[in-house]
Design a protein around this ligand. Structure first.
Ligand code: ZN
Length: 276
């Protein structure tokens, strides 16, 4: 790929890294990444991906900027209060790197639109703030065969994992780790709080893992769960395994999943199981 003088300047620190170089930078420029949520995790994640020159960034969020967001959602500023987050995010990302194409999806991810939205991208990064969305993103990424980098934060704790259960081998999915159901019982950041800078740590880790997956460098976080305890200042990396009984990616589910992929009914079925 031929770089302009401006690109050679802008990406100089990537170009000198043997693991990235011209080939890797070219790959980043051609990559399309969908980020779920332009909030606490999405802010550093999108900022670093834009700065890195990931060519197309999709942002899906149906929320507007609220004063209480600004303690951690550093994509947005005080003047953006009341504006759609996707609009505010796009404006800021264009300032960071005007050559990145930002696609606004000012909607909620649902069982109806999930696969259609995800299919247009190479990789998905989930920075949503609730279990229902995390399960939906996991299921849709499995069915659409997209690698997923998923992170979550609460109080002083963060976690991150990469999922590519659509591949053969020891690649568990989100359901393998957390079971078929997790209820959103009074457990959101709004209820229990979250340290603002923790979003910076975990969203930045997500950006690193996204770039590694896009370039296929280093050791993938698939098959591992990384836990960060900010009060103790400890990182713990746990090995994770596929659950043979997983209703999405387990062996007995494979045929079901493949059939349902054609009908796309599986998202509805799995979601209604969860809600029921
Ligand atoms: Zn699974």
């Amino acid at each position: 790929m031929e770089f302009t003088d401006e690109q050679i300047d802008r990406y100089a620190r990537h170009l000198v890294l043997p693991e990235i170089g011209d080939g890797g930078q070219g790959r980043l420029l051609e990559s399309k990444v969908l980020v779920i949520g332009a909030g606490g995790l999405g802010s550093p994640l999108l900022s670093y991906l834009a700065a890195a020159g990931v060519g197309t960034l999709g942002v899906i969020d149906d929320d507007v900027v609220d004063l209480s967001n600004l303690q951690r959602q550093i994509l947005h500023d005080t003047s953006a209060i009341g504006q759609p987050k996707v609009r505010s995010a796009r404006r800021r990302l264009a300032e960071i790197n005007p050559e990145v194409k930002v696609i606004e999806h000012a909607e909620r991810l649902t069982t109806e639109n999930a696969i259609g939205v995800i299919e247009g991208y190479d990789l998905v990064a989930d920075g949503s703030d609730n279990f229902a969305t995390r399960y939906l993103v996991n299921d849709a990424c499995f069915l659409a065969e997209k690698t997923l980098v998923s992170a979550a934060i609460m109080r002083f704790d963060g976690q991150i994992a990469t999922f590519k259960a659509y591949k053969e081998g020891e690649h568990p999915c989100y359901r393998c780790l957390f079971g078929a159901q997790q209820q959103d019982i009074k457990n959101s950041c709004a209820d229990v709080g979250v340290l603002g800078a923790l979003a910076g740590t975990m969203g930045s880790l997500q950006a690193v893992e996204v770039v590694k997956e896009l370039l296929d460098i280093g050791e993938s976080l698939s098959g591992s769960l990384l836990l960060y305890d900010s009060l103790a200042t400890t990182f713990r990396k746990i090995k994770t395994r596929r659950d043979p009984a997983c209703e999405l990616c387990g062996p007995q589910a494979t045929n079901f999943a493949q059939r349902a992929k054609l009908s796309r009914g599986i998202l509805r079925t799995l979601s209604s199981d969860r809600e029921g």
